[in-house]
Design a protein around this ligand. Structure first.
Ligand code: ADP
Ligand code: MG
Length: 233
C-alpha cells in the first residue's frame, strides 16, 4: 500500500528550524490496521499529513500504491488524494451549515459525480454508519459520536484505498470512542487499510500493529494482538 524511506521534515522557526521527522522508514501492506503513537509534539500529525499528501517531506521517498509522491502539482495531488485517501479528524471537520447527507456527498461532488447519484451513494454510506434517519440534520444537532460517524461516512464515500485518522476518538468519551473503534475495526475486517494516530494505549491496542515515534524517529514497530472493541460497547 505504501512505503516510506528515510523521510525528513523540518519546520522553519525564525532563523532556525525544528527537525520534526528524522529519517522515518515505514511500510504498510494492504489490509493492515496501524496505530501511530507518541507523546504530544512527537511528529505524529506531521507524518500522517505527509502520508495524506496534505504536506510534503523535505527529504526521502514516499510511494503510495506504487506511485512516487514527489513534486506533484496541486491539481494532481488533489486527484490522488480524492482517489486513494479518506480522512478522519479529531474535530470531525464537518461543514456546519451543511446537513449530514450534504457533508457525506461533498467528496463525490469534487469527483464530478451527478447530483442524484451523489445523494444515493451518500445515503448508502450514512445507512452503513447507522445514521439514515439523521440525513437532514446539521452537525450541531448531532452528538459527537454521530458527527464522527458522519465524518467516517464522508471519508468512505469515494471508496478510498487507505483511511487516515488523526486522533479519531480524541474528542469523544470512552464509551463513544469504543463504538467508533468497533466501527473502524469492522471496516478493517472488510479489508480497508487503516492508519490511525492516537496517544491512548487502549485505542492503539485495538489496532493490529503499533508504531511508536519519539523525537522524530521510530523507536518501536510491532504487531499486537487486536483487542476487539465490541466487548466494551
Ligand atoms: P503530534 O501530532 O505528535 O502532537 P505534530 O506533528 O503536530 O506532533 O508536531 C510536531 C512538532 O512540529 C511540534 O513541535 C509542533 O509544534 C511543530 N509543528 C507542527 N506543525 C507545524 C507548522 N506548520 N509550523 C511550525 N511548526 C509546526
Ligand atoms: Mg497531532
Amino acid at each position: 500500500m505504501l512505503k516510506i524511506s528515510q523521510l525528513h521534515k523540518s519546520y522553519p522557526i525564525g532563523d532556525s528550524s525544528l527537525h520534526v521527522l528524522k529519517g522515518i522508514d515505514l511500510s504498510v501492506e494492504d489490509g493492515e490496521m496501524v496505530a501511530i503513537m507518541g507523546s504530544s509534539g512527537s511528529g505524529k500529525s506531521t507524518l500522517l499529513n505527509i502520508i495524506g499528501m496534505l504536506d510534503e517531506a523535505d527529504e526521502g521517498e514516499y510511494i503510495l500504491d506504487g506511485l512516487p509522491i514527489k513534486d506533484l502539482t496541486e491539481k494532481k495531488a488533489a486527484v490522488y488524494r480524492n482517489k486513494f485517501l479518506g480522512f478522519i479528524f479529531q474535530s470531525f471537520n464537518l461543514i456546519n451549515y451543511k446537513t449530514a447527507l450534504e457533508n457525506v456527498a461533498l467528496p463525490l461532488y469534487y469527483q464530478g459525480m451527478k447530483r442524484k447519484q451523489r445523494q444515493e451513494l451518500a445515503m448508502f454510506h450514512l445507512e452503513k454508519v447507522g445514521l439514515a434517519g439523521w440525513a437532514q440534520h446539521l452537525p450541531k444537532e448531532l452528538s459527537g459520536g454521530q458527527n464522527q460517524r458522519v465524518a467516517i461516512a464522508r471519508a468512505l464515500a469515494a471508496n478510498p484505498k487507505l483511511l487516515l485518522a488523526d486522533e479519531p476518538t480524541g474528542a469523544l468519551d470512552t464509551k463513544t470512542s469504543y463504538e467508533i473503534m468497533e466501527f473502524i475495526q469492522q471496516l478493517n475486517d472488510e479489508g480497508k487499510t487503516i492508519l490511525m494516530v492516537t496517544h491512548e494505549e487502549d485505542i492503539a491496542n485495538m489496532c493490529k500493529r503499533i508504531v511508536r515515534l519519539r523525537d522524530g524517529v521510530i523507536m518501536e514497530d510491532k504487531k499486537v494482538k487486536q483487542v476487539r472493541a465490541e466487548q466494551y460497547v
